[in-house]
Write a protein that binds this ligand. Structure first.
Ligand SMILES: [Fe+2]
Ligand SMILES: [Fe+2]
Length: 168
């Protein structure tokens, strides 16, 4: 598609994140299954539920602006999910694998925070008043998901890591 104005760019970015969120609904159940920490498992499961809402919200945004949301592949999300899949293949210490899952998942959340921040800013600039709130709401939920992962990581997964490392 030809990018001639910010409305075109908004549409392109919307399709990108719509595909990214759809990819994520398939990856999160596998990450939840691999997680050993009950808190981490729960965080992935509850973010899966949120992610499904994010997909619906984007579909609503697209519909209200007369945009077809499908038709693009988000290569960045594909790569991020591939990195998560590598962790799923690994064997090792449970807490370390969990920390690796968090590392992969937080890269995803940061990507989404950036995507929604950009989309919302463009929607504001374009005067797409009816969709700004929905985009900002999802952005807020991505921030919260990221924060939750930090809490789990710092609260239980990284605790005592120095004691078991080889460093003196
Ligand atoms: Fe999301
Ligand atoms: Fe997310």
């Amino acid at each position: 598609m030809s990018l001639d104005n910010i409305a075109d760019l908004f549409e392109e970015q919307l399709k990108d994140v719509y595909n990214a969120e759809n990819q994520l609904t398939k990856a999160l159940p596998k990450m939840a299954k691999k997680a050993s920490s009950p808190a981490l498992k729960k965080a992935f499961e509850s973010h899966l539920a949120e992610t499904k809402v994010h997909v619906e919200r984007l579909a609503d945004v697209a519909k209200s602006l007369d945009i077809k949301p499908s038709g693009k592949v988000c290569k960045a999300m594909k790569g991020l999910i591939e990195e998560g899949a590598e962790v799923i293949e690994e064997d090792g210490e449970e807490a370390v694998i969990d920390a690796a899952l968090v590392a992969a998942a937080q890269r995803v959340e940061h990507y989404e925070i950036s995507a929604y921040g950009t989309l919302a800013a463009m929607a504001e600039a374009l005067g797409y008043k009816s969709v700004i709130k929905a985009l900002r709401q999802t952005e807020k939920e991505e921030y919260a998901a990221d924060k939750k992962l930090t809490e789990i990581s710092e609260g239980e997964l990284l605790v005592g890591a120095g004691a078991s490392s080889e460093e003196e």
